[in-house]
Structure formats: structure tokens, C-alpha cells
Design a protein around this ligand. Structure first.
Ligand code: PEP
Length: 246
């Protein structure tokens, strides 16, 4: 049985003042039925991990460098994130693929580093609206999975997030059948490469305009093991009902 996950991606939002939200979230969910993960901006990770210490919310990062150290100004390594208190790292988010030119190969190298450091890799895939309209969604997902997932993803508690780019921050959500089609396809593609046991163990999150109002319907879709939530993870009032829906 896969334990479900409510993961929040704060993106480039939040300062120390916003960490009170984490304490509140812990208080509201002292014994959650699902894993709860919040990924704040890198400067907040250490303080966030201190804030939720001994509590029910885990802290993650939004990116990392593939190398362990060196001349990479502005970057942070997976080991540094682990040292700061992160237990997971989002990789290959579409905003990083778009804004920073990240490729499947670079995402794969980062995922390798994350897994080697004992952290959970959350690898994001998803199509643009033009790719969906052209009927290319499943081909695109196939090539992103083939290119972005390292072989080491098998045997760890790693996660894949399906995030259609046209649904991120837009209020547009695919129909349940569309989400189900892609999640089932991802599960079967994982099975072909890694075998049925690994495919059955990897958790698949849906991401893109998940809100309290649509969470229950999305979570009822087969093969959806939770959500990666952007905007609605910034406040307890918005995020807590999503946690409760899992
Ligand atoms: C995201 O950034 O991963 C995301 C899904 O954002 P939102 O929930 O705001 O659409």
C-alpha cells in the first residue's frame, strides 16, 4: 500500500515570518494519514526543519546541483540540503526547465545525486498545452521519464509528479479521466523499465491547480498517490483541507 503524500512547493515565496504556517500545519495534523512535505525556498530550509522538528511535516528543497561541491556559484548540493534538514528534493519542475534550461539529462544527474545522499527525488514531468492539443502527451511523458529517471530510482522511496504545464497556476485542471490516463501510463512505463514491484512502489503525484475544492475528486483517480501543490500550499487555510482529503 503506497502512503499518500501532500507536498507543497512554495516556489520563490516566503520569508522567516511565514514559518509560523508550518507550526500551525503541524498542530492541525498531529497524526496525518498521509506524508506531508513542504518545500520552501532554500534559505528557509534549515529554519523550517527546526520549526517542524519532532513533528509531522517533512521539509524538502525545490532544486539542487548534481555535483557534491565546487565552483558553482549560487548553487547548493544535495548533501548541503540534507545537512540543512531536507528529506526530499523536487527536480525538473517545469519552471526550472523553462527558466533555467534544465534538460532531462541534467534532471537525471540531479536525481542521481539526491538519491545517493539518501534523499527522496520528486521528478516532475508534464506537457505543454500545444503538446496536449497535438496528441503528443504520452510520447512526451515517455521521453521525459526515459531521460530524467536514473536507474537508481528503483528501490528507493522516490516520487514522480505529473504536472501538465497548462494546469500550473492557471486554475485549469485536466478531467479526472485525463489525469487517470497519464498516471496509469506512467505506472506501466515504470513497470516496463524497472519491473512490477518498483512500479507499484513509486508514488505518483498530480500537480496543477490543486485546491481544497477539487482535491477529493483528483485523489479518487486510480494511481494518484497525492498532490504537488503550489499556490494552495502557502497558507494553512488552503493547504490543510488538501491534507485532510488524502
Ligand atoms: C506547482 O508549482 O508545482 C504547482 C502545481 O502549482 P499550482 O498548484 O499553483 O498550480
Amino acid at each position: 500500500m503506497r502512503r499518500k503524500i501532500a507536498a507543497g512547493n512554495w516556489k520563490m515565496n516566503g520569508t522567516g515570518l511565514d514559518l509560523a504556517m508550518l507550526a500551525d500545519l503541524c498542530d492541525r495534523h498531529p497524526a496525518p494519514r498521509c506524508d506531508i512535505l513542504i518545500c520552501p525556498p532554500a534559505p528557509l530550509i534549515h529554519r523550517a526543519a527546526q520549526t517542524v522538528r519532532n513533528n509531522t511535516v517533512a521539509i524538502g528543497a525545490q532544486d539542487c546541483h548534481a555535483e557534491p561541491s565546487g565552483a558553482h556559484t549560487g548553487d547548493v548540493s544535495a548533501a548541503m540540503l540534507a545537512d540543512a534538514g531536507a528529506s526530499a528534493v523536487i527536480l525538473g519542475h517545469s519552471e526550472r526547465r523553462q527558466d533555467h534550461g534544465e534538460t532531462d539529462a541534467s534532471v537525471r544527474a540531479k536525481a542521481q545525486a539526491v538519491i545517493a545522499n539518501g534523499l527522496t527525488a520528486i521528478v516532475c514531468v508534464g506537457e505543454t498545452l500545444a503538446q496536449r492539443d497535438a496528441g503528443d502527451t504520452l510520447d512526451l511523458i515517455t521521453s521525459q521519464l526515459n531521460g530524467s529517471l536514473p536507474d537508481t530510482i528503483a528501490g528507493h522511496s522516490n516520487v514522480i509528479a505529473y504536472e501538465p504545464i497548462w494546469a500550473i497556476g492557471t486554475g485549469r485542471v485536466p478531467a479526472a479521466a485525463q489525469i487517470g490516463e497519464v498516471h496509469a501510463f506512467i505506472r506501466s512505463t515504470l513497470g516496463q523499465r524497472f519491473g512490477p514491484e518498483t512500479a507499484a512502489a513509486i508514488r505518483l503525484l498530480y500537480g496543477g491547480s490543486v485546491k481544497a475544492a477539487n482535491a477529493a475528486e483528483i485523489f479518487s483517480v486510480p494511481d494518484v498517490d497525492g498532490a504537488l501543490v503550489g499556490g494552495a500550499s502557502l497558507s494553512v487555510a488552503d493547504f490543510s483541507p488538501i491534507v485532510s482529503a488524502l
